[in-house]
Design a protein around this ligand. Structure first.
Ligand code: GLU
Length: 488
């Protein structure tokens, strides 16, 4: 039997989770779910100086918002914890000491000042930067002497100076690096914290990780990892490096393209189901043409083999379009529930609270079709809630009409609909449609005038539905207000 599938998402709390980070989390999660495996979250918090307050909370919020639940990790625990690297320091120390004892690593006593001078010199001579290996062959006596002086060393990996390191990547195929191009990289820093390289290898092994699925930017770290696995005697996991994400202009994804924190998309009115679908298509495809792939279908059909090597393009217009599709698929109750917080936030304070939920639901039914981001609901439905509509009287006068004809149309409309006992769509239409002909107007003219009178806008949801939702009292009051405006 093959090893169980165990996949980890290993965020560092050094920044807010952007599209690229969360795309990795999604692919990790989807693969684990597809394979019936375990999804693990491990926090790589060993870079104390670069830790950003609030970043970790935002990472968890993002995962929760998208429904990327984890089986092991912070908050849920698990057999292989703790899941914060800062709580596992003893393990890294032990591994580093073992590597030194084996001769695969060495203590380096070079001071930050010396390294600084060395780098400046390398830059001046235009040679590639890298540690000059001064301490690589220190004698045990020299090392002891440095230690006696109270210098805390770092531990560096003793890179083979020749040869190549090769591995297979599910997405990139066979990959080969020249060892001579790789530095004697640091494993343990002088503050007692491991570097990412050491900690991730120790943990991927200790946590029985079977698949490392991560962004392409880590591909060049992988030969270091392979050599560490070998030195520690650990079997390496399967690697899959996801393609880079670029903006539509093929430049690196930046804030300008929307590379903001993932929770900004929530605040911008995108649905989590849209986001999951959209992110999945940043590098993976079902069949090169299907765009709408809901979560269940994604989990069912996902495969690492269908991840592309070529850069994925982040297209914000496609995201907005897709969100409209998902919004239209919501039931009215679901849509209302999701829209409500945006309505509360977006409607001006002057509108009486609490909002009448029954009324809100009817209004939502009329705008759901047109919403592409939940942030639009307040603007699209504002006139349903406003006490007084602010519009220029001239807007009431339709093409090929004059002020007198408009006033008359409004007055007669008011007369005809005032006695209606039922203010339903059908009843309104039955009265107003024939009225246009009676007044010698095109229906477009009469309805246009009434639309502006009742909504203050030239473009709004269908007229009779709108009047029915507004209700008799509001509709009549608005037509009267329009008559007053025209009469002035
Ligand atoms: N902590 C690394 C990051 O922030 C993880 C890289 C990896 O998955 O190995 O992306």
């Amino acid at each position: 039997m093959s090893e169980p599938v165990r996949v980890r998402y290993a965020p560092s709390p050094t920044g807010f989770p952007h599209v690229g980070n969360i795309r990795t989390a999604l692919f990790d999660w989807v693969y684990a779910r597809h394979a019936g495996g375990t999804f693990i979250v491990r926090v790589e918090d060993t870079d104390v100086a670069r830790t950003v307050p609030g970043a970790l909370g935002a990472i968890f919020d993002g995962l929760r918002w998208l429904g990327l639940d984890w089986d092991e990790g912070p908050e849920v625990g698990g057999e292989y914890g703790p899941y914060f690297q800062s709580q596992r320091l003893a393990l890294y120390k032990e591994a580093a000491e073992r590597l030194v004892a084996q001769g695969d690593a060495y203590y380096c006593f070079c001071s930050p000042e010396r390294l600084e001078t060395m780098r400046a010199e390398q830059a001046r001579r235009k040679v590639p930067p890298g540690y000059d290996r001064l301490c690589r062959n220190l004698s045990p006596e020299d090392a002891r002497e440095c230690q006696a002086k109270g210098i805390t060393p770092v531990v560096r990996f003793r890179m083979p100076l020749k040869g190549q390191t090769e591995f297979d990547d599910i997405i990139r195929g066979h990959v080969r690096f020249e060892n001579s191009t790789i530095d004697d990289f640091v494993l343990m820093k002088s503050d007692g914290y491991p570097t990412y390289h050491l900690a991730s290898i120790v943990d991927d092994h200790a946590m029985r990780i079977s698949h490392v699925i991560r962004g392409e930017e880590w591909l060049s770290s992988t030969p270091r990892h392979i050599l560490l696995y070998r030195a520690l005697g650990y079997p390496p996991p399967v690697f899959a490096h996801l393609p880079i994400i670029l903006g539509p202009d093929r430049s690196k994804l930046s804030k300008r393209h929307g590379a903001t924190s993932i929770t900004d998309y929530r605040d911008d009115g995108f649905l989590p189901e849209t986001m999951v679908n959209f992110l999945a298509l940043l590098g993976w495809s079902l069949d090169d043409k299907t765009e709408i792939i809901p979560r269940d279908a994604l989990v069912k059909n996902f495969s690492l083999e269908r991840i592309s090597q070529t850069a994925a393009i982040f297209n914000r217009e496609k995201l907005t379009w897709m969100n409209g599709v998902y919004i239209r698929q919501l039931s009215l109750d679901e849509f209302t529930q999701r829209a409500l917080p945006f309505l509360e936030k977006g409607l001006p304070d002057s509108i009486k609270r609490p909002l009448d939920l029954d009324y809100v639901r009817k209004v939502m039914a009329l705008i759901q079709e047109r919403v592409r981001q939940l942030t639009e609901v307040a603007e699209l439905s504002l006139f349903f809630f406003e006490e007084r509509l602010a519009y220029e009287p001239a807007m009431l006068i339709e093409k090929k009409m004059d002020a007198a004809g408009t006033l008359k149309a409004l007055q007669v409309s008011l007369e005809r609909i005032s006695p209606l006992a039922s203010f339903e769509t059908g009843a309104l239409e039955a009265v107003l449609r024939p009225l246009a002909e009676e007044l010698g107007l095109k229906t477009g003219q009469l309805f246009g005038t009434l639309r502006v009178a009742t909504t203050g806008r030239a473009v709004a949801p269908p007229l009779f539905e709108t009047m029915a939702v507004l209700g008799k009292e509001r509709t009549l009051a608005r037509i009267k207000a329009a008559i007053y405006k025209m009469g002035k």
